[in-house]
Design a protein around this ligand. Structure first.
Ligand code: C2E
Ligand code: MG
Ligand code: MG
Ligand code: MG
Length: 292
């Protein structure tokens, strides 16, 4: 798999070079065209409660299959979209998809009740970002609490005035605000208490250290304790084994996400395909759903 990813990277770097030489096309234009052509889809990964493993939420993760280059990993094209500004259109696309999916999932037992979308700094710099999100939810007939926005520590730490204002507006309306990859960036602990935040997501690098023969995971334990002290739920990312899930539950971690519970997949898979999710979902309800 790693070799495959490296090949995509190499190819997409080559693609970049071509784009730079070709003054007629930018990577922003390419991504906008990809959205228009339907080359992007949104996959969903379940978020479960610990220790029972019931599905409560899902994270929306964008996927791009370029007809010429094949799948392009988000770690490659999202940072590029952040640099060239097209992440605003990307975010808009993912939000619309997630909202349509939430409508389809409403009131179905064992399926996600909330969806988390990743939001970039540039989106939050727009003065109307929060209002646009709230209008979109209202138009779909959804309460704000069904949506969670995930922002990184770096985004939160930047001083741009609209970033915090947008998050405050969303938070006050009832939208969840989650700090993604927590522990890898720089968070001022004194500021954290005053941030409009409802949830912490511990980065998977800390979870990866939980395994047989691992006795000390001080950062993970400290982050879980910090979240509890702040009265916030904490999601552990990248949970790949039952042992890790058990260790996290023992630490007091409230939620988990990772391959052990389900890989990111088309929305219909959350209702049918994944055996772990189905077994752990409330009542094992199986509802085949169309991908909107
Ligand atoms: P993230 O928000 O931290 O998302 C979690 C990443 O961890 C996802 O990678 C997911 O597939 C992966 N993952 C989940 N469980 C496991 C596990 O058990 N083991 C391992 N090794 N990995 C796991 P993905 O989908 O490749 O996305 C990478 C990053 O791209 C995301 O990190 C996020 O920062 C960004 N991204 C993805 N979709 C969007 C989007 O719609 N908008 C924005 N702005 N960024 C996005
Ligand atoms: Mg995320
Ligand atoms: Mg993350
Ligand atoms: Mg990440």
């Amino acid at each position: 798999h790693r070799a495959k990813t490296a090949a995509y990277r190499a190819r997409s770097l080559g693609g970049d070079r071509t784009v730079v030489l070709d003054a007629g096309g930018t990577s922003a234009a390419r991504l906008r065209r990809a959205i228009a052509e339907g080359e992007l889809v949104v996959h969903y990964q379940p978020v479960v409660t610990l220790p029972d493993g019931a599905v409560t939420s899902a994270e929306a993760l964008v996927r791009w299959t370029d007809p010429e280059r094949g799948p392009v990993p988000p770690d490659v094209f999202v940072p590029r979209a952040e640099r060239d500004g097209s992440v605003v259109e990307l975010g808009r696309f993912v939000l619309d998809e997630a909202v349509a999916q939430l409508v389809a999932w409403q009131g179905r037992p064992g399926l996600p009740r909330t969806v988390a979308v990743n939001v970039s700094y540039l989106e939050l710099c727009r003065p109307d970002y929060a209002d646009d999100v709230l209008v979109t939810l209202r138009a779909a007939g959804l309460p704000p609490a069904v949506l969670v926005v995930e922002v990184t520590e770096t985004t939160l730490g930047r001083s741009e005035e609209h970033v915090l204002e947008n998050l405050r507006v969303l938070r006050e309306a009832g939208v969840g605000v989650s700090i993604d990859d927590f522990g890898t960036g720089y968070s001022s602990l004194s500021r954290l208490e005053r941030m409009p935040v409802t949830q912490l997501k511990v980065d998977r690098s800390f979870v990866a250290r939980l395994g047989p023969g691992t006795e000390r995971t001080p950062v993970l334990a400290a982050v879980v304790a910090l979240a509890r002290g702040l009265g916030l739920p904490v999601v552990a990312e990248g949970v790949e084994t039952a042992e890790q899930a058990a260790a996290l539950a023992a630490l007091g971690c409230t939620h988990a996400q990772g391959y052990h519970f389900g890989r990111p997949a088309p929305a219909a898979v959350l209702g049918t395909g994944d055996p772990v999710t189905r077994q752990r979902g409330t009542g094992g309800v199986v509802v085949p759903l169309p991908v909107p």
